[in-house]
Design a protein around this ligand. Structure first.
Ligand code: BTN
Length: 351
């Protein structure tokens, strides 16, 4: 940790408490001049730190801090088991956090050596979170655009590169949807549901979507890492969305009470829950996924990805398999197992 990171972490954890330069210098084991330099650099980054030579430094409360330092300070407290070597980068605007994560992975070369140990680059990237306040080219599933307006949403990508690679790529999206549900229920006391396969809904409207992409090592053929991209609508901002999305887009906050939402806290909670879920027993995560899913028992209009209306058919969703495929039953009793890449669902729940 740099001095700047240590200082902001102390001030954040102090929750409005004042710390003298001497105290900070002692704790960080640096000179008072180094503390002064760190504080000035934090101020330049937008942190509102008041302080006089004698009075000590205080971080203003209730300001929304959108920074990697703030993320790390929350994340390391809540999820210490994942915080060592975890990397975070924050942007006020970016094309797409998934695209950026891919670029980082392709630039860094191998994440692990022949003995499957992390390389130096791998140590930095094997779990990382890229966060943005807005995206100019946010991507959704099936080549769609994911509208990512500023301030009212949270857009993040988690890089996950476990030893042995990604064994169950198809299930990652489903597991991550469970994690997003856990995070938002924990922080906001709401009860979201999942629409197979990647959408998180609240009161019949979509509040979050997930786009998981794999990064394959062509020499070994192993999917070395996954990029789990998550977009959350926090506040109602329907005017920022195109007409077709306006009807379906919901938000966590429904009564304009946005000040309760701290986006870095949400990002840290989502990251921690995703990494937790990915370590759990897949069977129990899938049962949770099933119980959160609201399509089971519903009549659906299913059409193949190739937009061919003629080939669409009606069927009832009856189950979800252990690899997160959807089992549907046609009117003649035939059962079909659909995986995420095969279909889009057209129903009143269509996004
Ligand atoms: C969907 O609903 O189709 C998936 C949406 C995924 C959006 C997120 S936002 C962060 C990350 N970056 C992107 O460009 N897409 C994902």
């Amino acid at each position: 940790m740099t001095t700047k990171e240590r200082v902001i972490s102390i001030l954040l954890n102090g929750k409005g408490q004042s710390f003298s330069g001497e105290e900070l210098a002692k704790t960080c084991n640096v000179s008072r001049a180094a503390i002064w330099k760190a504080v000035n650099s934090l101020r330049a980054e937008g942190f509102s730190i008041s302080g006089t030579t004698n009075g000590g430094y205080v971080l203003a409360q209730n300001q929304e801090i959108f920074s990697a330092e703030f993320f790390e300070s929350i994340f390391s407290k809540r999820f210490p088991q994942f915080s060592e070597n975890h990397t975070c980068e924050c942007f006020s605007e970016i094309d797409s956090t998934n695209t950026y994560a891919k670029k980082l992975l392709s630039e860094c070369g191998n994440l692990r050596n022949q003995n499957t140990e992390l390389t130096e680059a791998g140590k930095k990237l094997h779990t990382a979170t890229i966060i943005a306040e807005s995206q100019t080219a946010g991507r959704g599933r099936l080549g769609r655009t994911f509208y990512s307006p500023c301030k009212t949403g949270l857009y993040l990508s988690i890089i996950f590169a476990p030893k042995g690679g990604i064994k169950n790529p198809a299930s990652l999206t489903a597991y991550s949807a469970v994690a997003v549900c856990r995070a938002v229920s924990k922080l906001f006391a709401i009860t979201p549901q999942i629409k197979w396969i990647n959408d998180v809904f609240l009161n019949g409207k979509k509040i979050a979507g997930i786009l998981t992409e794999g990064f394959t090592n062509f020499e070994t053929g192993i999917i070395e890492s996954a990029i789990i991209g998550i977009g959350v609508n926090i506040e109602e901002n329907t005017s920022a969305f195109p007409k077709d999305v306006q009807n379906i887009a919901g938000s966590i906050v429904q009564n304009g009470d946005s000040c309760k939402i701290n986006r870095m806290e949400l990002a840290a909670e989502i990251t921690g829950q995703v990494l937790t879920v990915l370590q759990e027993d897949p069977n129990s995560v899938i049962s949770e996924y099933k119980s959160l899913n609201f399509l089971i028992g519903k009549e659906l209009n299913i059409s193949p990805i190739i937009d061919d209306e003629k080939s669409s058919y009606k069927a009832k969703a009856i189950d979800i398999t252990e690899d997160a495929s959807l089992v549907v039953e046609l009117s003649d009793g035939t059962k079909k197992t659909l995986n995420s890449g095969e279909v889009t669902l057209k129903s009143k729940y269509h996004t």
